[in-house]
Design a protein around this ligand. Structure first.
Ligand code: SF4
Length: 123
């Protein structure tokens, strides 16, 4: 009986170690890459469709530098949000490549209206 107990503790420790290796950095981060949107939904929590905040956004260069810094953290999961992130598709793709190369899973939240077949191939 003792043998069985110690074996199961050993197995639990193995699972914890695998988990620890998998999560070397923070689990999740979301980033509003833009506050602007091509739609104007009544329920929008940050009024993205009114394009009020365009002068407060990071430049493309700043986003790339931000992505390089984040890549050092070894995030498990990273999400681009907004606004409509496809309005900044090119820089989002570049930043996604940097984060993906560092081992993060990368996703984005979109209303889908600007998602062309060409853009789908980019991901
Ligand atoms: S699609 Fe999303 S971000 Fe755009 S206005 Fe609607 S709720 Fe806001």
């Amino acid at each position: 009986m003792k043998f069985i107990e110690s074996r199961s503790i050993e197995k639990d420790n193995d699972a914890s170690l695998k988990h620890a290796k998998l999560l070397r950095g923070p689990y999740q981060m979301s980033f509003d890459i833009t506050y602007n949107c091509n739609l104007k939904c009544l329920h929008c929590f940050n009024r993205s469709g009114e394009n009020l905040w365009i002068d407060r956004e990071l430049s493309d260069r700043e986003i790339i530098e931000f992505a390089k810094d984040l890549a050092q953290l070894e995030l498990f999961n990273f999400c681009f949000c907004g606004g409509e992130p496809l309005l900044r598709f090119e820089v989002m793709l570049q930043a996604a490549e940097i984060l993906s190369a560092s081992g993060s899973m990368v996703s984005f939240v979109s209303n889908g209206n600007l998602l062309t077949k060409k853009r789908q191939k980019g991901f």
